[in-house]
Design a protein around this ligand. Structure first.
Ligand code: 4AD
Length: 467
């Protein structure tokens, strides 16, 4: 069978077996001249390897010295026997250790590492403890981590975060596929802004002005015009906004969906509801180990959500905020603070961290949003909140080309820039709606992380284009 054993698969059942492992040297600790401990790390798992000078095992003092001098992060191959650690030597996360017979250095790391994984993986509680014992620990700042992201990504928590992200993305595809949506890909090079506003990266496209798509909005609607009844896309979204916050990126991954609606836009809310309740269950179930690993470095409370997602109208939300004494502009959008506050109020009253806020004022929504038939000061739109922050916005769209053109002009959008889009609705278009989710935001908030840069592999923010 497979000659290489995975570190994560080592358990007491393997005691006594001879194994081959290839992994990175996490920490190296010589004990005198006759012994050395090398902790190997692979993905989210570590295991302690023990080298003891012994003629029987063929371990020379020279070999112990070689192991003790390995630079951290070197890739090594080890052959050894799985054993139970002596009680007083228990230290690694694995329940067993390896008595080394052979050790090879496959790729030697630079001994002057800019950061170590051991330092990058420390939790806040370790710093608190060190404070008490007077031990000096290195704190690796967010920017330093991102400058040396390839090392930073090796921490168990980071390995776990991107597995959670991947599960989320997969489940999104799977849920929508099984609800008769099909996956599509829309162009990222487009002729103008899709969300309105100035937050676009401009470029030249064979002598023509163009930009990077701010969302798949216009083309996912064109797919509906093109006869597809339900579509979804997982793809990059570009925003040239100069927002230096914990939750804005200049490039993020959009999870988008668009669908025909038969009666009203709450059918779109139903999809969001079904999708997210299943997603949360799936992550808690399938990613237990990952969530525990993240929790070890960044402790968080599990998410509270209801089997049927709470829906509040914008007016109900505003009333809750006003009754709690929050100053808020009526018919305005919610700022970050108001969102957080509403999140706390909803949690107290309804015991959930996840809810839908619907029927926003038309004035705070993009031009393509369908006004409320009964009261056109409002719109058939919604936002979705996770731990008091927006993760989704969605709406019914205008499918009448005349109304669409009128709304575009009212929103200050140049008519010529969206002529082809507007015309597409002239050839028979069903009522439709959809939503857009920010992948990094969902992972950040599900795990209650404090910065969206933690959930982007190589984040792009207003200051950062490298690595
Ligand atoms: O609210 P947004 O801008 O909505 C749209 O793009 C619509 N076309 C969606 C629709 O189908 N109606 O973006 C949708 C989501 C937000 O809720 C947020 O989660 C995320 O995308 N998002 C960002 N994530 C990271 N960085 C940014 N700068 C983001 N801007 C939006």
């Amino acid at each position: 069978g497979e000659p290489w054993t995975k570190v994560g698969h080592l358990d007491e059942a393997a005691v006594g077996r001879s194994v081959l492992i290839r992994a990175r040297a996490h920490t190296i600790r010589p004990v005198g001249r006759k012994m050395a401990f090398v902790v190997l790390r692979q993905g989210m798992s570590t295991v302690q390897c023990v080298l003891v000078v012994s003629a029987d095992a063929g371990i020379s003092a020279q070999m112990v010295r070689f192991a003790a001098s390995l630079p951290k992060e070197s890739v090594v191959a080890v052959e050894g026997v799985v054993s139970l650690p002596k009680e007083d030597l228990k230290s690694a996360t694995q329940e067993v250790e390896i008595q080394v017979r052979k050790l090879y250095c496959i790729d030697r790391a630079d001994p002057n590492l800019p950061i170590t994984v051991e330092d990058a993986a420390r939790s806040e509680s370790e710093f608190v403890r060190a404070e008490q014992t007077g031990e000096k620990l290195v704190r690796v700042g967010q920017d330093t981590r991102l400058n040396h992201r390839v090392i930073d990504l090796r921490t168990p928590a980071n390995q776990a975060i991107f597995r959670v992200q991947y599960e989320l993305e997969n489940k999104f595809r799977e849920y929508l596929s099984s609800n008769d949506f099909i996956g599509i890909h829309t162009p990222k090079l487009i002729s103008g802004s899709s969300e309105g506003g100035a937050a676009v990266f401009k470029l030249e496209y064979n002598g023509q002005p163009a930009c990077l798509a701010q969302s798949p909005q216009l083309h996912k609607q064109l797919a509906i015009c093109g006869g597809f009844r339900g579509v979804f896309e997982v793809g990059p979204v570009f925003r040239a906004e100069n927002s230096n916050t914990h939750r804005h990126l200049c490039e993020f991954v959009g999870l988008d969906a668009e669908m025909e609606i038969m009666e009203n836009y709450f059918e779109v809310c139903d999809i969001v509801d079904g999708l997210f309740v299943e997603l949360f269950k799936h992550l808690n179930d399938k990613c237990k180990k990952e969530l525990q690993t993240i929790n070890r470095q960044f402790p968080f409370e599990p998410l509270k959500y209801l089997d049927k997602t709470l829906r509040l109208s914008y007016e109900e939300g505003i009333t809750m905020l006003k009754e709690a004494g929050t100053e808020i502009e009526h018919m305005g959008d919610l700022n970050t603070e108001a969102e957080k506050k509403l999140g706390r109020l909803v949690r107290e009253k309804y015991d959930t961290d996840f809810f839908i806020l619907y029927q926003y004022p038309l004035a705070v929504r993009p031009f393509y949003t369908m006004p409320c038939y009964e009261n056109p000061l409002y719109s058939n739109s919604f936002d979705v909140f996770l731990r008091g922050e927006e993760i989704i916005s969605g709406a019914q769209r205008i499918h009448d080309p005349e109304l669409l053109a009128k709304r575009a002009v009212e929103c200050g959008i140049e008519k010529s820039s969206i002529e082809s889009y507007v015309r597409s609705f002239s050839y028979g278009t069903p009522p439709h709606g959809g939503f857009g989710v920010g992948l990094e935001r969902v992972v950040m908030l599900f795990c209650a992380l404090n910065n969206i840069r933690k959930t982007s592999l190589f984040p792009r923010d207003p200051q950062r284009l490298v690595p």
